[in-house]
Each structure stands twice: as structure tokens, then as C-alpha cells.
Ligand binder design. Structure first.
Ligand code: HSE
Length: 438
């Protein structure tokens, strides 16, 4: 029985320094839970000055992380540099050297998870990635283990702290998009390349991983439909609020027997839902199981210590179960390999949803009649319709519509027909609505 466990930590950035701190400060607590002395044996960081600030002098510092992954003294390699370049090579090298790997790298798992899981299985080691999704919220374990008895029906989550922070600041404190983003960067929530946050890519990495472990499907990042918040107009946040909705960037995945929906986009959700009131950089994930019903997980989705909390929990799992290999361990993606089934990922045009539409029309009589006529011709009912008060001299008016549930392809046809009306002044804004109650 291995009683001393040596960690090789790669990266002394926000999460790396957080993991170092958690392992050191909670050493005794972790011992009580594992019966193992877990220490950071080595830290790899190109910026050795930074490494010396983070680590004490008992920790070996490696400038080259490839030396760390080969070191015979190390039992668990923890990759915390992010990205899909060198981090992939390092994780592969660690696995080939028969080390268990813990990573917080959502891009790596979403893009290369399949091959890394296969490699880990071949070498009889584990690959743990709790921190890759929703930072400190233990959502991977909740779905893979806590809800294992259920068929998961759908998941909807606020999975990106940066965009949730931006949306909250824009709405509550009237900050501009750029100022709110800069603050999120200063607070250490944003990705190295913040377009990953604001264009929905980071949330897409995370929902792709969750869809795989929830439904037992291959990790399919390329098929995920992704829209971010950079085109979101403050006007729509205000109009949505007047209709009783909040706008959140949601990652959504739904299972429909022979197909799966997998999408990230700004979404209107009723303001009375708990998840609508998750503000600032916080994350929340709503998971619907067929037996348990809805379950909601809330917590910090980014930042040094919350993310490190998930990283260290994975280290603790490994420490407790170091001897377990192959079929004795929890399947890395939650389902046994032969039972992972390919499902069609629906194109966005094939999903059904209610829609919020903002139409920009000339303020002339007969316009509303023409719009309702187009909807009637498609047999689609309108659940709400509001014409915004016009400013003096303003000849253009915003018309807000909420549709009943319909196929996105049909709403696109309706929009096309409205946009060619002579009264139409601008492209229509289309946002999806999720009631999150079924
Ligand atoms: N940039 C990410 C976020 C960090 O804002 O949520 C956590 O994955």
C-alpha cells in the first residue's frame, strides 16, 4: 500500500498556484480523508521565478515539464497549463509513463478526450477532469456517480463565469461590455484568449463533456452549435426583463432517443427560475434525471481556489483508489467503453423552441397585421406581442414577439418573409427561450 503520494504539478498560473496552496494548507485534512501523505514533489513552470514564489524549497522545480512527466518518483501528474498544444503532448507522455493524470483542461478533454481516454485505458491509468467543467462545482462526479441510476434527460447550465459576470454587470451596474470583460480578466476568470469566453467556445467545451458523460455518447465538440454574447444588444436584456425573462449564456443538451441536442447560446429563461438568479461569475447546472427529476448545482465556476478544490478532489479520489485499474475503476466517461453509442447531433435548424423576436419596422398602419398574417400562414401562434413606445420623430419601431414552441427552420422562414416586407428596417433579432420546467 502506497502511503506517500508524490504529485507533479505542471503550471504555476492561477489554478496551479491554487492547487499548490490547497494541497499544502489542507494537508492534514486530506490525510484524515485518505490516510495518505500527499505532497507536491515537483512543480514544472517555464517561469522559474514565478515557480519559486508559488512553491516552498522542498518542492523540486522543473523548467521543462517533459522532465517532470518522466520522473520515476511522481505518481500523479496534474496538468494545469491549459490549451491543446503542449498540454496534449505532456498528458500523453505522462500516461505513457504510467502516471495517473488530473487536468482542469476543458479544451483538451472536449477536443481530444476520446484518444486520451483510450490511451489511459491502454496504460491502465486514470484520467480525471472534474475541474474542467464548472470549476469548483463537482458536476462530473454528480452526473457520473451521484446520478448514475438515472437516464439523464437534459442539462442546462451557466458554464462560463466570465460571460455571466459580463451579463450581470451590464444589467445591474450598466457597465459597458468592454469594461465588464476587462474586470473579469483582472479577477482571473477569463481564458488566456477571452474570445473563448465571449464567443461561447469555453461553455461549448464544457457542455460537450457533460453530454458525453450524461448520455454515453462520444465527445463531439465539432457538432456543438455555438453562439456567444458579443452580438447581444443591451436593448434585448431590457425587453426580455419586461417580459419576465433573464438572458443567460446557457449550455444546453437534450436526449431524444435517437438524437441529441447540443448547443450554447444566449437564452431567455423565466426570471422565477433559481438558475435565472445566478449572477456574477457564479455557475449553475440544472440536470434532469428520469428518476430523480430536476437537480441544481451552484458554485464558483472559475478562480484559483474553487478550481483547485476540484483538482485536489480528483487527486484525493486517485489517492484513495490508486490500486484500482481497468474494470474496477469508475469508467472515465461514465459508461463502459462498449456501451458508448453514437447518436445524431441535431442541427440547430431542427431543434424546437419558443423564440423571442425583435423586429425593427417602419411605424406605419397595417404592419402588425402583415406580421400576424405571415405567422398565421405558417400555422404558428404568437404567445406575446409588444410594440415599444416610439420616440418623437422616430419612424422606426421595435416589435417584440414571443412564439409558441416551433421548429427553428420554420421561424427562420417566417423571419425571411418579414425581412422582405417593405416596412422592415433591419435584420430581426432571434433568441431562444427555455422554460426549464419539463
Ligand atoms: N474562463 C472560464 C470562465 C474559466 O470564465 O468560466 C473557468 O473554466
Amino acid at each position: 500500500m502506497q502511503n506517500k503520494i508524490n504529485i507533479g504539478l505542471i503550471g504555476a498560473g492561477t489554478v496551479g498556484s491554487g492547487a499548490y496552496k490547497v494541497l499544502k494548507e489542507n494537508f492534514a485534512e486530506i490525510y484524515r480523508k485518505t490516510g495518505k501523505e500527499i505532497i507536491v514533489f515537483a512543480l514544472a513552470e517555464k517561469d522559474t521565478k514565478r515557480a519559486k514564489e508559488v512553491a516552498d524549497d522542498k518542492t523540486l522545480i522543473f523548467e521543462d515539464a517533459f522532465d517532470l512527466v518522466k520522473d520515476k518518483n511522481i505518481h500523479i501528474v496534474v496538468e494545469l497549463i491549459g490549451g491543446t498544444g503542449i498540454s496534449k503532448d505532456l498528458v500523453e507522455e505522462a500516461i505513457k509513463n504510467n502516471k495517473h493524470v488530473v487536468t482542469a483542461n476543458k479544451a483538451l478533454i472536449a477536443m481530444h478526450g476520446e484518444e486520451l481516454v483510450n490511451l489511459a485505458t491502454k496504460h491502465n491509468v486514470n484520467l480525471c477532469y472534474e475541474a474542467a467543467v464548472a470549476g469548483g462545482i463537482p458536476i462530473v462526479k454528480a452526473i457520473r456517480e451521484g446520478l448514475a441510476a438515472n437516464k439523464i434527460e437534459w442539462i442546462a447550465g451557466i458554464l462560463n463565469g466570465t460571460t455571466n459576470y459580463i451579463l450581470t454587470e451590464m444589467k445591474e451596474n450598466n457597465l459597458s461590455f468592454d469594461v465588464a470583460l476587462k474586470q473579469a480578466q483582472e479577477l482571473g476568470f477569463a481564458e488566456a484568449d477571452p474570445t473563448f469566453d465571449i464567443e461561447g467556445i469555453d461553455a461549448a467545451h464544457k457542455i460537450t463533456i457533460l453530454a458525453s458523460i450524461a448520455f454515453g455518447i462520444p465527445i463531439n465538440f465539432k457538432a456543438t452549435h455555438i453562439e456567444g454574447i458579443s452580438n447581444l444588444d443591451q436593448k434585448d436584456i431590457i425587453y426580455a426583463e419586461e417580459l419576465g425573462y433573464k438572458i443567460k449564456l446557457l449550455g444546453i443538451t437534450k436526449f431524444n432517443n435517437d438524437s441529441v441536442e447540443l448547443r450554447v447560446h444566449p437564452t431567455l429563461i423565466p426570471e422565477k427560475r433559481l438558475v435565472a438568479n445566478v449572477d456574477g461569475p457564479m455557475n449553475a447546472v440544472l440536470v434532469q434525471g428520469d428518476m430523480v427529476g430536476p437537480t441544481l448545482y451552484y458554485g464558483a465556476g472559475a478562480g484559483a481556489e474553487p478550481t483547485a478544490s476540484a483538482v485536489v478532489a480528483d487527486i484525493i479520489d486517485l489517492a484513495r483508489n490508486l490500486e484500482l485499474t481497468g474494470t474496477n475503476q469508475i469508467p472515465i466517461l461514465g459508461f463502459i467503453k462498449d456501451e458508448i453509442q453514437t447518436k445524431k447531433i441535431l442541427s440547430i435548424e431542427d431543434i424546437t423552441s419558443e423564440f423571442y423576436l425583435r423586429l425593427s419596422m417602419k411605424n406605419e398602419s397595417g404592419v402588425l397585421a402583415k406580421i400576424t398574417q405571415i405567422f398565421a400562414e405558417h400555422s404558428i401562434s404568437i404567445d406575446a406581442m409588444v410594440q415599444k413606445e416610439i420616440q418623437e420623430d422616430d419612424k422606426v419601431v421595435d416589435i417584440i414577439l414571443v412564439t409558441s414552441i416551433m421548429i427553428e427552420r420554420d421561424v427562420n422562414k417566417i423571419i425571411n418573409e418579414i425581412e422582405v416586407l417593405p416596412e422592415s428596417q433591419n435584420k430581426a433579432v432571434k433568441l431562444r427561450i427555455e422554460q426549464l420546467n419539463r
